[in-house]
Design a binder for this molecule. Sequence first.
Ligand SMILES: *Cc1c(COP(=O)(O)O)cnc(C)c1O
Length: 454
Amino acid sequence: MIGEEQLLTLQGLYEKMGIKSDIYEYGEMVLEELKPRFDGIDQIAEYNQLKVLGAMQKHRVSAEHFNPSSGYGYDDAGRDTLEKVYASVFHTEAALVRPQIVSGTHALAVALFGILRPGDELLSIGGKPYDTMEEVIGIRNCPGSLKDFGVTYAQAELFSDGSFDYDEIEDLLNEKTKMILIQRSKGYQTRPSFSVNQIGEAIAFIREKKPEAVIMVDNCYGEFVDVIEPSDVGADLVVGSLIKNPGGGLAEAGGYIAGRKDLIRLCSYRLTAPGIGNEVGANLGVLKNFYQGLFLAPVVVASALKGAIFAASLYEKLGFRVVPAADEERNDIIQAIEFGSPEGVIAFCKGIQSAAPVDSYVTPEGGDMPGYEAPVIMAAGAFVQGSSIELSADGPLTEPYAVYFQGGLTWQHAKYGILRSLQEVNDHGVTPPERPDDSYIDPEDYEDPDEDFI
Ligand SMILES: *Cc1c(COP(=O)(O)O)cnc(C)c1O
């Protein structure tokens, strides 16, 4: 029997878990306004759930597909069927979905090195790509980069409103241009992320000017945010990480490349070796989690989206700049919040960390990360190391001191984490940059945050 004193109201339990009543009540007020948007997110999840289910049924997924394979992994029906399921979900001819792809960066590198040859040029039409791609491409010198192999690079900047500069793109297209890179999500930048339709327009433009160019979309963080994917609007390849959206929080590693069959073959030759390609690669027992993660992914992405919108609304109303803005359309699961000071970024990350199921007692600190130029602070109490479909936050400790927040396997956890972040930001007296803090909750109203923590 639960004793009377243990029966807490929900608000009482939040309080025990470190959320003071005004933060809680402020959160409830903000949430009330978000209900219609949450309904819209649930509808997208419903559509994508059916899409994934349909793909699994079409390819007759069965328990034997979860069997581990070892060694060369010849005739691995589970692996091959999963790749067919991915191809169906993305409406592509083929896919490569492997635990041997160690990350999104690796998946992108496999595709670039698989397809580009010395003398070719890669054109990014959306400005600077994701940080880790700089060394892959050779924007920052690195032995073994594309540049090192004689592949050149060109970059069309975006207009200040984040739209494509078609004149510049046209100018930059030339006889060497072999591949086009479009990054759907903003990554560590404060430009807006592209919608699938916007990507579709850019693809149509390029097709007209240079039909044979291979168009690849870095789809990281974008999967299942919309009912269509870039491959539905003409991308030749879509690429992403399984410890982000499509892994549904269950995939313990891996990446995918989905697209045209001839290109997937080239990618597989790069991933393993020319000739053997996708016919080898033991699944090492990960397949049940890959299938089940994909099955859960539409709903997990919906949870993460709700968290992003909740955080945007909560902080925007307090005067912080948030990207995307609270009422803006969503094209990925990332929410950027500008604090303007390292204290804000650190307090936010501390809050997210202390809300985690794993390592909640750890205090995150900034540190150097391979592939990133500035020190990065990361908060992640994740079941899978570095998984950013789980509730996580990271921010390079440099101007404009923005924190990038994403994930949440359940909406309830995302909600708690965001409230916890606000409690922490508030307790540290962090105020919005260049704004009077009259609309802000006064930190003096609180005593020591940890005092009555369970
Ligand atoms: C995360 C990410 C990557 C790189 O993925 P990793 O798995 O971290 O290597 C590339 N592009 C974008 C837009 C991303 O968000």
